[in-house]
Design a protein. Structure first.
Length: 91
């Protein structure tokens, strides 16, 4: 199979495919959540969206850099990061 290697470990290609599917649905969910968060701003929603987008991009860039520097070919770090992100919409 594409996901499992011969020594019964998850391959990077299979994991990235699964991660792409998860991130697709996560993007749909976060888009709706951010739209609901901007509802109270009404006439200032453009400025709120700009600040929200800029801050989330900068924070994501910092976290992504740290994760990328810690990647050593093992999928444990990537899996841990994904598990830590799951409760994020509840915050």
């Amino acid at each position: 199979m594409l996901i499992w290697t011969k020594d019964e470990q998850v391959s990077l290609v299979g994991f990235m495919f699964w991660l792409a599917v998860v991130m697709f649905f996560e993007g749909i969910a976060f888009g709706n959540i951010s739209a609901m968060a901007l509802e109270p701003l009404e006439d200032k929603a453009g400025m709120g969206a700009t600040i929200f987008g800029c801050s989330s991009t900068l924070i994501s860039m910092l976290i992504g850099t740290l994760i990328g520097q810690g990647f050593d070919g093992n999928l444990c770090l990537l899996s841990l990061v994904l598990l830590l992100r799951l409760p994020q919409p509840l915050l």
